[in-house]
Design a protein around this ligand. Structure first.
Ligand code: NDP
Length: 337
């Protein structure tokens, strides 16, 4: 069989990253790729359509040995397949490369076939993909929420946070979110239906700010940022409160992470603080889709995306996460279907 060789534009990480990542840590390169499936192989050849920018990608930029193409979640079309579970023309999401074409195996990439195409395809990087599952598992499984409870969400307008707030509102909770700009605070209140929202960058005293919104304390904290916010939350928690530790983005670029001073509150207030990784919970994905797709189609859940056009703009989009430049889920559109 003749080999099909294509030019493959890629984003390469050039070197080990210290501190905040920069666009110049990455470069745009052209490499050739053979799009064939070797005899007897189970590889799947993908054409990438959308790539996802996610905070966890920062940790993969550390302790680097040699340069390598960046990997991350994405939505792709199957061009060729040696795996009988996938056929040419299928749409999939899973771990793929920051490049035009990727050659993967279904197991390594945790590929999911996309069945419902009557929703924006980019949603499979967000609400219908990993961040959506994170919000679902973190809120319903880890927080043990009950109607009428008080809920605080940090990084609330992002890929995960905007959904946590909406899930909590649907359950009948009182929900407050924090975000880093006025535009995001307006979105929280006017688009996602949070009861209250505040710009944490404008608050000199976070303990007092939380006290203002939660005079009787917080039952549930959905933790996305860590650091000073966590410290301020701890003293504002109610007895038997729950903290789902999803992420700590304020710490990812620091050489030395900040100390948390108020952990003693865990004891005095009998708080349950539990970390989780979405990857341990993918068996719940079908159940999640059953719940969320009708909600999207019926308009009871909304989702805001920030879509950068073109692979060459992916580094800027990824770096922007750590400066709060994204408004909603940060996606990169690589090519048309
Ligand atoms: P977002 O879409 O929310 O983007 C990141 C946002 O974080 C930025 O827009 C910014 O918003 C905020 N931010 C950046 N730096 C800081 C800082 N120093 N202090 C406070 N806020 C900051 O990201 P995701 O929704 O995708 O992820 C949210 C969190 O969930 C992250 O911590 C991530 O690591 C975690 N996560 C965990 C998973 C798990 O399995 N446990 C899976 C997926 C995500 P702003 O303008 O409001 O500051």
């Amino acid at each position: 069989m003749a080999e099909e060789v294509m030019n493959n534009k890629q984003i390469i990480l050039k070197h080990y990253v210290e501190g905040y990542p920069k666009e110049s840590d990455m470069e745009f390169k052209n490499n050739n790729v053979k799009l064939n499936v070797p005899e007897g192989s189970n590889v799947v050849v993908l054409k990438n359509l959308y790539l996802s920018c996610d905070p966890y990608m920062r940790s993969r930029m550390s302790k680097l040995e040699g340069s390598y193409p960046i990997t991350g979640c994405g939505v792709a079309k199957v061009l060729k397949s040696g795996d009988s579970n996938f056929q040419e023309g299928d749409l999939v999401w899973g771990m793929t490369g920051w490049e035009e074409y990727s050659i993967v195996t279904a197991t390594q990439s945790a590929l999911f076939k996309i069945h419902d195409k009557n929703v924006p395809l980019s949603y499979y990087t967000g609400i219908l993909g990993m961040p959506g599952m994170t919000a679902y598992v973190g809120f319903y499984e880890i927080c043990s929420p009950k109607k009428g409870e008080t809920v605080f969400v940090s990084a609330a307008s992002g890929a995960v946070g905007q959904l946590v707030g909406q899930f909590a509102k649907m359950l009948g909770c009182y929900v407050v979110g924090s975000a880093g700009t006025k535009e995001k605070v307006d979105l929280l209140k006017n688009k996602f239906g949070f009861d209250e929202a505040f710009n944490y960058k404008e608050e000199k005293d976070l303990v007092a700010a939380l006290k203002r919104y939660f005079p009787n304390g917080i039952d549930i904290y959905f933790e996305n940022v860590g650091g000073k916010m966590l410290d301020a939350v701890l003293v504002n928690m109610k007895l038997h409160g729950r903290i789902a530790v999803c992420g700590m983005i304020s710490q990812y670029n620091l050489e030395k992470t900040e100390g948390v001073h108020n952990l003693f509150c865990l004891i005095t207030k009998r708080i349950r603080m539990e970390g989780f990784l979405v990857s341990d919970h993918y068996h719940l994905y079908p159940k999640y889709l059953e719940m969320i797709i009708p909600q999207i189609k019926g308009g009871s859940v909304v989702y805001v995306e920030d879509i950068a056009e073109g692979l060459e703009n992916a580094p800027k989009a990824l770096v922007g996460l750590f400066y709060g430049h994204n408004v909603g889920k940060q996606v990169v559109k690589v090519s048309r279907e």
